[in-house]
Design a binder for this molecule. Structure first.
Ligand SMILES: [Zn+2]
Length: 598
């Protein structure tokens, strides 16, 4: 492996345990088990007869549960982190599996608590939720109960769980196995090559236009060969979803997702409509891009063609400097916290054989500091990855004043700090960059990222809505799904991007449609929220900083809507979402000016 600047940058996990053979691992697991059994013996009767529950006994129970979950989290994180850093090590594989098994046993012992809490009738539950003694847990207790009207009896839930393995989960596995084993034959570099799905998709970023075009044609021709099965899988999963909605009394296919996200449907509708009415911004950019590429118009396979010039390489040490400076310009608190990650070896950045790909930040619990894994290869994209993960890291550190049950945020706000961190570093770099060609590449890259998370995910969600509506009438055909897909995309691309004929298969390989339906709008929410917050920051300046810090410190102690209100965010107001689009408009304008000068 070629040398690069992150060689030797490994994390130090000694704050968790000393090694995979540390006897404290087994000791912690045993202790958790004893505590969980005692908890069950002590609490089962009163949970089954909630009228006997007092606020004090419930408070004690929650505190004890937090202690057990924290301890379990420490072991689980240690095993997970060891394994991620060296997946081929049999000792680590073993530990990871053993801990997972023990955790499942433990969680099963404790499961009765949540189930019985859901069963308690409203008068009793509301009396406890409203009791001042339980104030810090009121959001947690209340939010658990949001699934109450949609939960079936214990034996019914059990049967569904078991039958899902050969039902919808099996269709999901069929989809995964099928799409990951697909091969696409393509002439590349003068040789016939068999490429997999992600290899073909990555060719859409190639500078060579004919290659991009052939890659796209090959992709859709390949998918169309499996069209009947891919349609059957999706059709079945939609029908399964509709059946379950009926049994669980969900009025609309998106409602369950909204509950998970702790967001109400009206706010999502407002956001999606605002997004749709700003599709024109995307088309403005595509017309600019056609000019940059010297083309009369853009075809779909030109969407991710590189423009401008990639900058000089970035060493890991330079990344550290740039990120710390960009964070400090926002607030010295950010620099202070982020410096700890570098100084105390909480980051594993080196590229190694056997190490997990990609990047993540693990923030297991408020009693532990987060750890970051990435694979740093000396380019700008990786600087942004470190900035992203450190954003999560700041969130994980600042919210450590919360207790375990108030620590995590739902999906809708989980990416706020990370994307905001990226914005800070992006702006800092763009400002300090003098070569206009590099600036063009940076801005275009940023815009394309933003469009992929805002406009494209909105298109995806509109397609899902249309497919679900159509399935209520009759079984879906490939022709119908293709037509709905082209219609949803046409509203976005309009006259700015030409869609090739094969694109009607574009829906067929998207894993979210299969594994986590209606997930995609969360990306729109997260990205627009950050753009709007960033704009507010630039309008308000320093007075914005303490409010933003308070948001991160609050962790998951309340619903996203309530936590965002002090920052002037009203997710039901179209004008709020419009702020995000004004920020995008500013970026497009910056690019336009640069091209004029270049
Ligand atoms: Zn993230």
């Amino acid at each position: 492996m070629a040398n690069n600047s992150a060689d030797g940058i490994r994390w130090d996990l000694a704050d968790l345990f000393s090694s995979h053979e540390d006897p404290r691992i087994e000791g912690t697991l045993n202790d958790c088990h004893t505590r969980a059994q005692a908890f069950s013996a002590r609490l089962r009767f009163s949970m089954e007869h909630p009228e006997t529950l007092t606020a004090d006994s419930l408070l004690d129970a929650l505190k004890e549960l937090e202690i057990i979950y924290e301890a379990l989290g420490r072991v689980g994180s240690y095993a997970g982190l060891l394994y991620a850093a060296d997946t081929a090590n049999p000792d680590y594989q073993n530990l990871e599996q053993r801990v997972e098994q023990r955790s499942t046993e433990l969680r099963n012992l404790l499961l009765f608590f949540e189930i019985q809490w859901l069963k308690a009738d409203d008068t009793i539950a509301n009396r406890l939720i409203g009791d001042p003694a339980l104030k810090t847990y009121s959001h947690y207790l209340e939010s658990l109960r949001r699934f109450r009207p949609h939960t079936l009896t214990e034996p019914e839930e059990k049967i569904l769980n078991e039958k899902d393995n050969t039902g919808r989960n099996a269709f999901g596995r069929l989809f995964s196995e099928m799409t990951s084993s697909l091969t696409f034959a393509l002439d590349k570099d003068g040789k016939q090559q068999d490429l997999n799905l992600s290899q073909v998709l990555s060719l859409l970023h190639e500078p060579n236009r004919t290659l991009r075009q052939r890659a796209m044609e090959t992709l859709y021709a390949g998918l169309s060969q499996h069209g009947q099965v891919l349609t059957f899988i999706y059709d079945t999963l939609i029908q399964d979803h509709l059946t379950m909605d009926n049994l669980r009394h969900y009025p609309d296919p998106m409602v369950q997702r909204h509950l998970f996200n702790e967001i109400d449907g009206a706010a999502v509708d407002t956001m999606m409509q605002a997004t749709e009415s700003n599709y024109g911004l995307g088309r403005d950019y595509f017309k600019l891009k056609a000019r940059l590429l010297g083309l009369p118009g853009l075809a779909l396979y030109d969407q991710y063609a590189p423009v401008g010039q990639e900058g000089r390489p970035f060493s890991y040490q330079q990344a550290e400097q740039v990120i710390l400076q960009a964070f400090e310009a926002f607030t010295p608190t950010f620099r202070e916290i982020a410096s700890e990650f570098f100084a105390k070896h909480w980051i594993d950045a080196e590229v190694r054989k056997g190490k997990r790909g990609g990047a993540f930040c693990a923030s297991p619990s408020p009693r532990l500091h987060p750890y970051i894994l990435c694979n740093y290869t000396d380019n700008l994209r990786d600087v942004m990855t470190v900035a992203h993960e450190l954003g999560h890291g700041l969130h994980g550190c600042l919210s450590r004043k919360q207790s375990y049950f108030n620590y995590d945020t739902p999906l809708t706000t989980a990416e706020t700090a990370s994307v905001f961190g990226e914005m800070l570093v992006f702006d800092y770099l763009a400002e300090h960059q003098t070569d206009p060609q590099v600036q063009i590449a940076m801005l275009a890259g940023k815009l394309e990222d933003v469009f992929a998370t805002v406009f494209r995910q909105n298109v995806l969600t509109r397609f899902e809505q249309a497919a679900f509506a159509a399935r209520k009438e009759r079984r879906l055909t490939p022709e119908q799904l293709g037509a709905l897909w082209v219609e949803a995309n046409g509203k976005y691309y309009g006259d700015a991007v030409e869609m090739p004929e094969g694109y009607r298969w574009g829906w067929s390989y998207i894993p979210h449609f299969i594994h986590s339906r209606f997930y995609c709008y969360s990306y729109v929410f997260g990205q627009l929220l950050v753009l709007a917050l960033y704009r507010t920051y630039r309008e308000e300046g320093k007075s914005f900083v303490p409010k933003y810090l308070a948001l991160l410190e609050a962790g998951g102690s309340d619903s996203p809507e309530a936590l965002l209100r002090p920052l002037g965010v009203d997710i039901h107001d179209p004008n709020f979402w419009q702020k995000g689009f004004e920020e995008i408009r500013g970026l497009v304008k910056r690019l336009d000016d640069l091209i004029g000068k270049a």
